[in-house]
Design a protein around this ligand. Structure first.
Ligand code: SF4
Length: 282
């Protein structure tokens, strides 16, 4: 018998919140996985702190509700303790790009085999509207009534520079594409990073802005690093420019977990094994 993947917990997200799209997309992906015979007992979802994090209460699977910015260290520990697990992180933009930024960079550098989903609403929604690292220049919120003087950074460029092996951007109002990006990210062997432009209906509703700018990247060569950089720079989270959605970059590369699990070998055997892994990925 398949289980109900939505828990009975009272849902306190605001009406129109993009978190619903991510929750239901994940639910549908997991339901198909279960129907196809893969047990959901091997799936763990790790969330941080913020509106997004309540997904850990609302999805009826194994979940860990962690500290602010600490999804990746917990997910890394889970994966190393049990490499058979499918580990999915859900983090907010404050979580992933502020408090947890160093963890994000090192997860990409190591290529740990986990999936990182960033609910990027470009505002601290749970605390009622302060600016985050991806809020645009001049954003007026509770902590910046005269407008932020900071320029946003571009997480896709950062992930390209840090070594992530699957880099994609989705949007909570393009659900079929979002489902495809998350499904591919979970199937990817290595660090999969999916930045999702998520609507915050209450404190930064960008629906009109995104609707008039997003386009589908299909046809783009996902193995071309230079082109991925150019596409990532096309829209820098601040300018008025077309916003590409889809997979920007993908490559095969040995993962941190497979490189680490050679402890029973002699130092020479271990060095050879690691070299072989890199050779095989060329
Ligand atoms: Fe969603 Fe924004 Fe409401 Fe948080 S504050 S639940 S992100 S709409």
């Amino acid at each position: 018998m398949t289980r109900n993947l939505i828990t009975p917990a009272q849902n306190t997200w605001c009406p129109g919140c993009g978190n619903f799209s991510i929750q239901h997309t994940l639910k549908d992906i997991l339901a198909v996985r279960e129907k196809e015979g893969s047990s959901l007992d091997n799936v763990v979802l790790v969330s941080g702190i913020g509106c997004h994090a309540k997904i850990a209460d609302y999805l009826n699977i194994n979940t860990v509700y962690t500290l602010h910015g600490r999804t990746i260290p917990v997910a890394t520990g889970l994966k190393l303790a049990n490499p058979d697990l499918t580990v999915i992180c859900c983090a907010g933009d404050g979580d992933a790009y502020a408090e947890g930024l160093d963890h994000l960079i090192f997860a990409a550098k190591r290529n740990i085999d986990i999936t990182m989903i960033v609910h990027n609403n470009r505002v601290y929604g749970l605390t009622t509207g302060q600016y985050t690292p991806t809020s645009p220049l001049g954003f007026k919120g509770k902590s910046t009534p005269a407008g932020t003087a900071e320029y946003p950074f571009n997480p896709l460029e950062l992930m390209l520079a840090s070594g992530a092996t699957y880099i994609a951007r989705g949007y909570t109002k393009k659900i079929p594409q979002l489902a495809q990006l998350i499904r591919q990210g979970i199937a990817h062997h290595g660090f999969a990073f999916i930045d999702i432009l998520q609507i915050c209906a209450s404190f930064f509703n960008m629906t009109e802005y995104y609707q008039s700018r997003v386009y589908d990247l299909s046809g783009h060569d996902t193995g071309d690093f230079g082109m991925a950089c150019a596409k990532a720079r096309e829209w820098d989270y601040n300018r008025d420019a077309p916003i590409a959605l889809g997979v920007f970059y993908e490559k095969s590369f040995p993962t941190f977990d497979e490189r680490l699990f050679v402890q029973n070998l002699t130092p020479d055997e271990r060095a050879h094994r690691i070299r072989d892994l890199f050779e095989a990925a060329k």
